[in-house]
Design a protein around this ligand. Structure first.
Ligand code: HEM
Ligand SMILES: *[C@@H]1O[C@H](CO)[C@@H](O)[C@H](O)[C@H]1NC(C)=O
Ligand SMILES: *[C@@H]1O[C@H](CO)[C@@H](O)[C@H](O)[C@H]1NC(C)=O
Ligand SMILES: *[C@@H]1O[C@H](CO)[C@@H](O)[C@H](O)[C@H]1NC(C)=O
Ligand SMILES: *[C@@H]1O[C@H](CO)[C@@H](O)[C@H](O)[C@H]1NC(C)=O
Ligand SMILES: *[C@@H]1O[C@H](CO)[C@@H](O)[C@H](O)[C@H]1NC(C)=O
Length: 339
């Protein structure tokens, strides 16, 4: 709801010559829009320019070191930010360890034995705390910047990250289980998940191409390589030795989401889909005879459009239901709420 209001407002900002009727509409909707307005307009790329001018270079340095050590970490940090944003907004909730008051998101199905990069976030937080004081740069912003820097470190596009998010004081395992779309989802379900966060079919296709980097476990693609028909035969067969058909057998064995260039951010993800070589069921849904097909085809043929639109769609995802002003807090330690 909040994110929908946000986009309505942005549409009006783009047309300052609003008609009288339009202004009437704005008045009626003012109460609804107020929260979203204060939330969205207070994010800014310059948020830390006075309080922590070294924040961005410090974060980039730690990310670059981590990605140099292990290229996959760039993928893991990008995914961590996605999982943060899709569960009650980009509020750092994914980073909270379990407490007596709540069971956090780390043990939820989409994250357990799968989400990685928490140690790198700890290293970043320690470095920015050291540079500027502990109560200055939020964990939610660190995730957003680390995601961008990861994409850049692996050869992808860059953009100015909007800053000023604050951190949640709670987290919910149940919410993580229900709000993150699963790899067996169909296009309708995937699209719905994005639409409820103010995004559309183009954003779904563009952001799913984050699967141009990183790895997935056998357990999430076993059904696809043994039981589905919209998959290239040789591709399926090449994956079967390390992902046996028996449930429980080799569940955590890894395969690259983009087998052509797993550590290079590029547009091969779309080429794979055109050849029915999407690794996840949810990936191939984006090229399976439905309304996403022509978007997928377009990006396979126009990589520069993909790089440009990836940045645009990331900006949308990064602003989903953020906390600002005096909402939430700036955590001192990303793993726990301040006492
Ligand atoms: C559209 C719905 C999506 C579904 C169903 C989905 C599902 C998955 C699954 C099942 C994995 C493998 C997890 C594992 O086996 O441990 C994965 C990995 C990954 N996902 Fe997604 N994802 C989606 C969208 C996104 C988005 C929007 C992003 C980022 C913008 C993203 C970034 C990644 C990355 C980078 C990896 C690899 C992580 C690593 O190697 O550590 N995904 N995703
Ligand atoms: C649980 O919440 C209460 C009330 O907000 C707080 O005083 C207490 O420190 C919290 N406990 C933990 C373990 O975070
Ligand atoms: C977290 O706290 C906020 C504010 O108190 C509340 O609105 C929200 O529902 C809580 N979320 C969870 C997952 O408990
Ligand atoms: C998509 O999946 C949902 C949830 O499993 C299901 O209710 C719906 O019927 C499916 N839609 C199509 C078009 O297959
Ligand atoms: C999605 O929104 C973008 C603007 O953010 C727009 O350019 C694009 O055409 C929209 N795509 C669809 C399928 O509505
Ligand atoms: C894809 O086709 C739909 C109608 O089927 C159209 O609305 C949309 O603009 C097309 N998108 C692209 C990228 O061609």
């Amino acid at each position: 709801m909040e994110s929908r209001a946000f986009f309505l407002l942005r549409a009006h900002e783009g047309f300052p010559m609003a008609s009288v009727a339009c202004i009437g509409f704005l008045k009626v909707a003012a109460a609804v829009l107020l929260l979203a307005a204060s939330v969205s307009s207070s994010l800014s790329p310059d948020f830390y320019s006075k309080t922590c001018p070294s924040a961005l270079p410090v974060i980039r340095q730690v990310v670059e070191d981590a990605v140099r050590k292990e290229p996959r970490m760039g993928a893991s940090l990008l995914r961590l930010h996605f999982h943060d944003c899709f569960v009650n907004g980009c509020d750092g909730s994914v980073l909270l360890d379990d407490t007596a008051n709540f069971t956090g998101e780390k043990t939820a199905g989409p994250n357990v034995d799968s989400a990685r990069g928490f140690d790198v976030i700890d290293n970043i937080k320690a470095a920015v705390n050291n540079a500027c004081g502990a109560a200055v740069v939020s964990c939610a912003d660190i995730l957003a910047v680390a995601a961008r820097d990861s994409v850049v470190a692996l050869g992808g596009p860059t953009w100015d990250v909007q800053l000023g998010r604050r951190d949640a004081r709670n987290a919910s395992k149940d919410d993580a289980n229900t709000q993150i779309p699963g790899p067996f989802s169909n296009l309708t379900t995937l699209l719905y998940s994005f639409q409820t966060r103010g995004m559309n079919l183009t954003d779904l296709v563009v952001l799913s191409a984050a699967h141009t980097i990183g790895q997935a476990r056998c357990i999430v693609f076993r059904r696809r390589i043994y039981n589905e028909y919209n998959i290239d035969f040789n591709f399926a067969r090449s994956l079967q030795p390390s992902c046996p058909s028996t449930a429980g057998d080799g569940d955590s064995n890894l395969a690259p989401l983009d087998h052509l260039s797993p550590n290079q951010f590029g547009f091969n993800y779309f080429m794979n889909l055109l050849m029915q070589r999407g690794l996840l069921h949810s990936d191939q849904e984006l090229y399976n005879g439905g309304p996403a097909d022509n978007i997928t085809k377009h990006y396979a043929l126009n990589p520069t459009d993909f790089y440009r639109d990836f940045a645009t769609s990331m900006l949308k995802m990064q602003s989903v239901s953020v906390l600002t002003g005096n909402q939430g807090e700036v955590r001192l330690d990303c793993r726990k709420v301040n006492s």
